[in-house]
Design a binder for this molecule. Structure first.
Ligand SMILES: Nc1ncnc2c1ncn2[C@@H]1O[C@H](COP(=O)(O)OP(=O)(O)OP(=O)(O)O)[C@@H](O)[C@H]1O
Length: 311
């Protein structure tokens, strides 16, 4: 059974097609990154999975339940970190977690959850109104973890966090996935999903433009990594005859070699030195996933009026 499955899921707001004919499958237990720039339809998709809004056409299943028919069951069985969730300023973090435990009647120990989301006892007992963004995220995530859900849906879990907070959030998500929880999380920043996702989907202007593993994406984006060698003299050798080298150019005292196989690097350096040159500096640049993400999500098409609000 898939954790999430959508079939032709579509949402139109007036002229704007926020999500267009989305077919997506998130497997049980996987960490799935839902990527796309602002306005690409990520929150709208999550809102339809939760039945906060109704699709114009198409359907969605969450943990095998129909998103429109079995909403209550879905809400009981998953954990969600919404895009914007307000805590009660006067209640402590611990009370928020305890409230979630009592509402779901799970009998869990609030301390266990606080520990899993890394909120210290001292902070947990302070009023949430004084919390930093990172602490608020921890409490909200802690509430989502109550009941040990099989699926966590996280809408931009790292938004507003500093790099340290982003890393910690990543570690918490990884730990939850290690417990067997599927994690579906949206982000507009590739960096944040790259390090932990099994697979990613990239949305652009309401359309799914690709679904792949990070490895697969890397291969797609593999236009070749480059290595730049600074040399004392330009050697008389054809480096493109080396296996795995696709291009070699010379500019002044620099040789730039494009290669598709990492093993080519050492062979190139050897060949240059055997031809009598001394390598004085080496710089390499891996092909960038970021470039691929930008290529998939850069589109100057205007999708028309965006100001219509659903009644
Ligand atoms: N209630 C609404 N009424 C009208 N248009 C809407 C509504 N909600 C979303 N949209 C439009 O649908 C499109 C997709 O928005 P959505 O919020 O799903 O994108 P997103 O990828 O989650 O963006 P972000 O990263 O900024 O949250 C945008 O063009 C947005 O303006």
């Amino acid at each position: 059974m898939a954790a999430i499955q959508t079939n032709g899921l579509t949402k139109q707001f007036g002229e704007v097609v926020a999500v267009s004919n989305l077919d997506l499958t998130v497997e049980e237990g996987e960490i799935f990154g839902f990527l796309g720039p602002n306005g690409s339809g990520k929150s709208t998709t999550i809102n339809m999975l939760m039945d906060y809004i109704r699709p114009t056409t198409g359907s969605a299943n969450v943990l095998g339940y129909d998103a429109q028919e079995d909403t209550q069951t879905i809400h009981e069985q998953i954990g969600i970190l919404p895009d914007a969730f307000d805590l009660y300023g006067r209640l402590s973090g611990r009370k928020h977690i305890q409230f979630a435990i009592d509402s779901k009647k799970t009998g869990e120990d609030a301390d266990d959850i606080l520990e899993r989301v890394g909120l210290s006892q001292e902070d947990a007992d302070r009023p949430a109104g004084d919390y930093s963004k990172g602490m608020r995220q921890r409490v909200t995530l802690g509430m989502a973890l109550v009941g040990d859900p099989d699926l966590l849906i996280l809408d931009e879990p790292s938004s507003g966090l500093d790099p340290h907070g982003v890393r910690e959030m990543r570690e918490i998500i990884r730990a939850e996935a290690d417990r067997g929880t599927a994690v579906f999380f949206s982000s507009h920043i590739l960096d944040q999903v790259e390090a932990i996702c099994d697979r990613v989907a990239i949305m652009n202007q309401g359309e799914l433009v690709t679904v792949d593993t990070i490895e697969g994406l890397r291969e797609t984006s593999d236009t070749g990594s480059t290595m730049e060698l600074s040399v004392n003299i330009i050697p008389d050798v054809d480096l493109t005859t080396i296996a795995g080298v696709t291009d070699a150019t010379v500019d002044g005292s620099k040789i730039t070699v494009t290669y598709t196989e990492p093993s080519a690097k050492a062979k190139v350096i050897n060949a240059v030195e055997e031809a009598g040159a001394t390598v004085t500096d080496i710089a390499t640049k891996e092909s960038s996933l970021e470039d691929l993400f930008t290529a998939y999500t850069t589109d100057s098409d205007d999708r028309g009026v965006e100001s219509e609000v659903e009644a």
